[in-house]
Structures are given as C-alpha cells and as structure tokens.
Design a protein around this ligand. Structure first.
Ligand code: GAL
Length: 409
C-alpha cells in the first residue's frame, strides 16, 4: 500500500493542533510532454494543499497501463487513485467492491448541477452511486494538419476528408508522409472510429456502437469506411513510430502532413510552441460531420478501509473538479473542462471549435462509454492486424468487424 498518512502536529500557541498531510500515490498513463505538463497541475494543487503527490506514471498508453493498475488493486497494493477513461473500463472493479463510493463528495460538491454534459457523471455512476470524478472531455473526432507540409506540397490545407485524400499525392511527391500513425492498436482502431463517424454518419455509427447492429457494419455506409480505411493504410507508409505523440511530433516537424488523433494532441502542439491556425490546422469530424464525442478521463479511488486515507482521497476528488484546477489542468491537457463555469487560459481556434460544438450539443458518446473493454480490445486487435497486413482486404476486415459487433456486450 503506497499510502502513508503523516499526522503533522502543528505547534500552535493556542495548543497543539493537528494538520494532516497525506502522501497519495496516483497512477496514470500520461507520459508525453503535454500529458506530463497537464498532470503536473494536479500534483501542484495537491501539494499546495500541504500534501504530497507521488506520481505513478506508466508509459505505453492506456492498453499497457490499465492491466498494471488492475494487478496492483487486485494484488492488495493499490495506488490511492488511478486514471481510467470514464465509461465502462472500471465496471468490473466497481462491481467487485474495490472502488471507493464517492457519492457523498458528489452530493456535497453539487456535481449533478455542475458537470456538463451530465453524461460524464452518468459514466461515473453505477447503480445510482458515484465511483469516479470525471476530469475532462477529450474527443477522438479530430484531424490535425501541418500547414507547413501543405505549403511545401504547394496545395491548400484540406478542409474535408475528401480534400485530404485528393491532396495526398501532392504531399507524397513533396517527400512528406501523408498520414502519421503510431504502432499501438488503440491508435488504428481509434482512427477507424473517427473515419466511421465522419464517413458513415451519426446514425450508422450509433447503430453499430450503441445498438451493436452488425448488419449496419455490412451495409453501404460502413463499406465506404472500410474502403477508405484500406486506402488510408498506404498513406502512413514511410513513418515508423510507436507512441501517438511521436506521430504528432512528425506533424509538428512537418515530416508528416496529418494525424487522426484525439484532442490530447493539442497538448503536444502547445508544448512545441505551435500556433493553431498558423502552424497547424484542425478538422473536427474530419471536416465531414460537426460532431465531438464526449470521451475523456476520470479518477477512481481504491477502497483502503483507512478513514484518514479515505478522507484524503475524497479531498483529492473534490480538488480535481474545482474551478481553478479544471482551468489549469485542461488548459495544459488540450481537453475541455467538465464544468461550464470556467474559462480556459488558452483557447485557440481549435479549442474554440470544440467549445462551440459542445455548447450546441453536437456530441455523441465515446466508444468507451458504449463498448465493453473486451469488445474494444477485440476491435483493437482486428484493426491493427488489418493495418499491418496489406494482403488483408477491406471486405475481409469488414466481415470480422461485424462478427465482433454481433457478439458485443
Ligand atoms: C486517452 C486519454 C487521453 C490521452 C490519450 C493518449 O485514452 O483519455 O487523456 O492521454 O489516451 O494517452
């Protein structure tokens, strides 16, 4: 148990008081430059309150980090807090009674009246009880484009997926890789999901991800997506990187023209001093549909049985949703705050596009809110197999995708 509670007896004139300072270990997978900068805002706020944040960062992305966190919790050596995506990832831990019920914090802090959209609190609520604090809204539904790459190619920066595909040859002729894609399976499957919403449309996307309708997977709308994904596979040839932020770096350095990636990529552009609209452009919904998904991150707090630690865990949960921490963290993370009553310090034209879409309710749930971790893992494995197997046809992967959706829970 990486938790120690130090009771610091304050020597006060009016008698000894006791100020408790608590050291909490917090696990997450935020290891890129932008992510580390963002999580440092949580640490700074926790430490400023007289406590100690022990950072438990795990490299390699969520698919690597989550099993490590789960093994710590099941093994009886849990961190005080851990980051998951909000939605269904923590279902089994909650059902096993291993996660602290923080409904009292939610009620005391009025989260039901603050958190917007309310689906974010719903994604932390199981059987009417609250088990996590949502800390941001991240959307996968973005494409990031290097203005410098398109200038070098002598073509305008695309404003739609169609224009992106049409200019890919000019980009390639300029010696630039059209599509930056890392080597982790969640990146290929995530990108496919963005193309599906953009090219098949909201109704078809919801039919597949929300209603698990495998017939729609085999229908004309998704056939167009699988064919487009097959064409996109070649567009990434020439860049061999593993982590998502290495692919983002290629766009930042103008050696790749574009990347389909969630808006956490903005943290990398910001850290590199890139200016939205000048150095890079952004296309929500690939410029085809004006929609965001309401994905994002939440913190969960393992049950410890120690009332002092529990009090500190609840203090941290409340702190993460406070207005000032919501501003400092989300401004650095490139995400949107989960409360509308704050103004981010850095609102560039891309963030503003996101805020506008959020304000008008142009959103869909995220895959993590709709699909089980098991189904998501199956889809991740399938899409990375397709991406790495040029002999595998779009029609073949479409059939296997439909079979997974047919059995999805
Ligand atoms: C997502 C997470 C983001 C981001 C990304 C890449 O699942 O919600 O916060 O960091 O992974 O690591």
């Amino acid at each position: 148990m990486k938790l120690t509670t130090k009771l610091l007896a304050a020597t006060a004139i009016c008698g000894a008081g006791a100020a408790s300072a608590t050291e909490l270990e917090v696990m997450h997978w935020w290891t890129s430059g932008g992510e580390a900068n963002a999580v440092s805002k949580f640490a700074e706020a926790w430490n400023a309150a007289g406590n100690t944040w022990v950072d438990g960062a795990i490299a390699g992305g969520g698919d690597t980090a989550r099993p490590i966190m789960v093994s710590r919790i099941i093994g009886g050596d849990p961190p005080a807090a851990f980051q998951f995506n909000h939605g269904r990832q923590a279902e089994e831990l909650v059902e096993a009674g291993m996660i602290l019920d923080i409904t009292d914090v939610s009620e005391q802090e009025g989260w039901a009246d603050i958190i917007t959209p309310s689906s974010l609190l719903d994604s932390c609520t199981y059987d009417g009880r609250v088990f996590c604090v949502p800390v941001n809204i991240h959307s996968w539904q973005w494409m990031w484009l290097s203005n410098g790459a398109y200038e070098a190619a002598g073509v305008d920066v695309p404003t739609t997926w169609t224009e992106y595909v049409e200019t890919a040859d000019a980009v390639r002729e300029a010696g630039i890789v059209p599509l930056a894609m890392g080597g982790q399976s969640w990146q290929q499957n995530g990108s496919f999901g963005v193309m599906a919403l953009a090219l098949a449309g909201q109704d078809a996307w919801l039919a597949v991800n929300q209603d698990k309708d495998s017939e729609v997977v085999m229908g004309p709308e998704y056939t167009r997506v699988f064919e487009a994904f097959g064409a996109a596979r070649e567009l990434s040839d020439g860049l061999n990187v593993q982590d998502w932020n290495q692919a983002t770096a290629a766009v930042i350095n103008d050696t790749a023209a574009a990347q389909i990636m969630g808006d956490w990529a903005q943290g990398e552009f910001a850290l590199a001093g890139e200016v939205a609209g000048e150095d890079y452009s952004c296309l929500p919904g690939l410029g085809e549909v004006a929609l965001l998904d309401t994905g994002g991150d939440a913190f969960f707090f393992p049950v410890t049985g120690d009332p002092e630690i529990e009090a500190a865990q609840k203090e941290l949960a409340a702190l993460m949703l406070s207005p000032e921490v919501q501003v400092s963290f989300n401004s650095a993370k490139g995400s949107l705050p989960v409360r509308p009553d704050v103004d981010l310090t850095t609102v560039n034209e891309c963030t503003q596009k996101g805020l506008d879409l959020l304000a008008e309710g142009s959103t869909v749930p995220s895959g993590n809110q709709l699909l089980s971790p098991d189904t998501t893992t199956q889809l991740n494995d399938l899409m990375t197999e397709f991406w790495e197997s040029p002999s595998m046809t779009p029609a073949e992967v479409q059939e296997q995708y439909a079979a997974i959706i047919a059995d999805a829970d």
